[in-house]
Design a protein around this ligand. Structure first.
Ligand SMILES: [Zn+2]
Ligand SMILES: [Zn+2]
Length: 203
């Protein structure tokens, strides 16, 4: 295994010359949290299956470094590349009732690998209704736009849905007025029969 794959930055292979190609990608773990997703192909187009890619770390910039084994074996330049950091990650927490229409779905927000917030919502596509029930952001991570990012993740994934929320604290009313689309109604939760039935199925 070449040292190059670990991005140690030897003089003959300065890590700063490694190109940055795309962003770090993640997928949710079944048990919560998330896992890194290796790119499907190298920049030259080789498929990066098992044993076809070396994972390293670009220590200078603290980025993940990949090396394509195929490129490396042919002596091609550019066998290594890094991906841009993705400090804020939103993933869905899986649970048994996920497939039930109208059941509570939880999104988790990680910043540099630390869970700092989550959001519960319900969605019914037949009725085109969505209810945001709770959002929690760790006290030392507030006022950084993370709550907005979390809510927008939900709204962007589900277009043409009328959004309401469970009752909001007086201090949070303005936040919800701004972040919800014009059709949204903060604090005026509208539940459909599917959402109520989902509670019976999943509780
Ligand atoms: Zn390659
Ligand atoms: Zn419904």
């Amino acid at each position: 295994m070449s040292e190059r794959g670990f991005g140690v930055g030897r003089a003959c292979d300065p890590v700063d010359e490694v190109p940055v190609v795309g962003r770090m990608r993640y997928a949710p773990n079944s048990g919560g949290g998330y896992a890194e997703v290796t790119p499907p192909r190298c920049p030259a187009g080789h498929v990066l299956g098992l044993g076809r890619v070396l994972l390293g770390q670009h220590y200078g910039a603290r980025r993940r470094l990949y090396t394509c084994v195929t490129c490396q074996s042919t002596g091609a330049s550019g066998a290594s590349w890094s991906v841009a950091d993705q400090p804020v990650i939103v993933t869905e927490r899986f649970r048994p009732g996920d497939a039930v229409e109208g059941a509570v779905v939880t999104l988790e927000l990680h910043v540099h690998g630390v869970l700092v917030g989550d959001l519960d919502y319900r969605l019914c596509m037949p009725c085109r209704l969505g209810v945001i029930e709770h959002m929690r952001i760790a006290a030392d991570h507030r006022r950084r736009g993370l709550g907005t990012q979390l809510v927008r993740t939900v709204l962007d994934r589900h277009a043409a849905v009328a959004w309401t929320t469970s009752p909001v604290a007086p201090g949070a009313a303005q936040f919800w007025e701004v972040v919800l689309p014009a059709s949204g109604r903060p604090g005026d939760a509208r539940y459909c029969a599917h959402m109520r039935a989902a509670d019976d199925q999943t509780s």
